[in-house]
Design a protein around this ligand. Structure first.
Ligand SMILES: [Zn+2]
Length: 117
């Protein structure tokens, strides 16, 4: 049985992300060695072929780079949206202030004087 470790706990399945074994799963002790684990380790998946070992790390790095770029783009998009909302609020405020000033001026000189005939 590969799913019981040396300290008789149920072994957990983990995934290796090293360049030599990218994505290859293995059984290990539930506890890390530093936390009192027994260091149990058995591969679950068979060894990877040479081609996979050469290609997969590059794909993982490009995926990681794209994720970083995506996070950066999302943060930039959020900042642009905040700027758009603030600029529209300022725009609406200026329109509203301009309209209220015009109505005040209209009230002051709104008295109609009749011209003598
Ligand atoms: Zn153990």
């Amino acid at each position: 049985m590969n799913d019981i470790c040396y300290c008789r706990r149920l072994a957990v399945i983990r995934c290796s992300w090293t360049d030599a074994n990218p994505g290859r799963r293995f059984y290990s002790c539930e506890l890390h060695r530093n936390a009192g684990g027994c260091g149990f380790f058995v591969w679950l998946d068979p060894p990877m072929c040479e081609r996979s070992r050469n290609v997969i790390p590059g794909l993982l790095r490009s995926t990681e780079r794209l994720q970083v770029e995506l996070q950066t783009a999302r943060r930039r998009e959020k900042r642009v949206w905040i700027a758009v909302v603030i600029s529209w609020l300022i725009f609406v405020l200026l329109i509203w202030l301009g309209a209220s000033e015009r109505s005040e001026m209209g009230q002051g000189s709104g008295e109609m004087k009749e011209l003598p005939m």
